[in-house]
Design a protein around this ligand. Structure first.
Ligand code: ZN
Length: 108
């Protein structure tokens, strides 16, 4: 019987988050890059990120999010979307959107 990916056992979840932590401490990555590097779907990554953000704060680190941006008009999506890339710019309707990027930094 095939199991949905969201039913993954806790150990796997833990490993996924640890893999993401390691990657984000070294590099600034988009959801897609993270998904490729950690062998997880973009949806899984997006599910983990809010939890990751919370546990990082508890240990004096923070998840830094460079917001998505419209490549056509430079519209800044920082208010609207945090973890996933919007498909279309509300200002100019362009679909050339640079996705948000993530990294981990020590709290100042
Ligand atoms: Zn735009």
């Amino acid at each position: 019987m095939a199991k949905a990916r969201d039913d993954a056992p806790p150990e796997r979840t833990q490993t996924a988050r640890e893999a993401m932590l390691e990657l984000l401490r070294e590099r600034t990555l988009t959801l897609r890059e993270l998904s490729q590097c950690a062998s997880l779907s973009e949806r899984e990554i997006a599910t983990h990120l809010p939890h990751l953000e919370r546990s990082l704060r508890a240990q004096g680190e923070s998840l830094v999010i460079e917001p998505a941006r419209c490549l056509a008009c430079n519209f800044d999506f920082s208010r609207r979307t945090r973890f996933s890339a919007p498909s279309r710019c509300p200002a100019c309707k362009s679909e050339r959107i640079e996705p948000p990027r993530f990294r981990i930094e020590l709290e100042p």
